[in-house]
Write a protein that binds this ligand. Structure first.
Ligand SMILES: Cc1ncc(COP(=O)(O)O)c(C=O)c1O
Length: 282
């Protein structure tokens, strides 16, 4: 039996594994009313969820920052395994999303008296082709700088990033580079940035960027090989002069950047090296 058709998809809604079509969240859930919630996007391969501990740590830290009670005693590995199996995703790559909202609760501010809504869903994920990974993605700079501490959290307020990504798509690019309010480079709309400069790997030093799981794990991988991933305050001009630039996130892993604002970037042998470092870590 296959469960791949839409009406056979299952989802965890709080403590129930139920068909997606039956999963209902009240319209006055604060996630819907205010974006009062958090999410994580994880990748699973052949039924194995990658870096679950790191994703849960980030989710837990964000929940603490926003006084959102973190659901206790959730048997995460079992739940995820059941979900992947129910959706026929025990083979091949899958996108897993964990969403945590404050649920229905009165009051503005961040009321701790609440019953959070926890949703976990999973669907098949088709990674970019081998040719795309080899050629890389064009990106553009999103001109409106981000000036909020919210960038450090994977909150449900992602409209800024959707608008930035659309700005890129409208120009035939695939990803947008987000700037800090002072014009320094921060990250991608759904990716962290890594670049090569004079033989060293860097990520932009950016106070309001999301602490990416992928880039953090990659840093560990580089350290294991005696290299380091340094942070550096980075201007757009420096980014465009880099000897190589990569996008990193949990789903795609590492994608080289082919061009920034139309300026071709070197897609160098370092891509193979970084992808090897990454592959060693997963
Ligand atoms: C804004 C932003 N930055 C960076 C990332 C990469 O984070 P991770 O490696 O944890 O997937 C994401 C992931 O979607 C993101 O949304």
């Amino acid at each position: 039996m296959t469960f791949t058709e839409h009406n056979h998809e299952f989802v965890w809604l709080n403590d129930m594994l139920i068909p997606l079509a039956q999963a209902r969240v009240p319209v006055n859930d604060r996630g819907f009313l205010y974006g009062d919630g958090l999410f994580e996007t994880l990748r699973a391969d052949t039924g194995r969820v990658l870096f679950l501990t790191e994703h849960l740590e980030r989710l837990g830290a964000s929940a603490r920052a926003f006084r959102l009670p973190f659901p206790a005693k959730v048997p995460w590995p079992e739940r995820l395994a059941q979900l992947l199996a129910a959706n026929g995703l025990s083979r091949g790559p899958a996108r897993v999303k964990i969403l945590l909202t404050r649920g229905v609760a009165p009051g503005l501010g961040l009321p701790e008296e609440c019953r959070p809504t926890l949703v976990i869903y999973a669907e098949a994920y088709t990674p970019p082709s081998v040719e795309t990974y080899a050629a890389g993605w064009p990106v553009v700079i999103f001109p409106a700088g981000r000036s909020t501490f919210m960038g450090r959290y994977k909150s449900l307020n992602y409209l800024f990033y959707l608008a930035a990504r659309q700005f890129a798509l409208d120009q035939g690019a695939k990803e947008a580079v987000i700037l800090e309010a002072d014009g320094l480079v921060s990250e991608g709309a759904a990716t962290s940035l890594i670049y090569l400069h004079q033989g060293n790997y860097y990520q932009p030093d950016s106070a309001s960027a999301l602490p990416g799981v992928t880039v953090t794990v990659l840093g560990r991988g580089l350290a294991a090989r005696g290299l380091s991933l340094k942070t550096r305050r980075t201007t757009v001009a420096q980014l465009k002069e880099a000897d190589g630039l990569w996008l990193a996130n949990s789903l795609m892993g590492l994608m080289p950047v082919a061009a920034v604002d139309g300026k071709p970037m070197p897609v160098s042998a370092a891509t193979t090296f970084l992808q090897e470092v990454w592959a060693d870590m997963v």
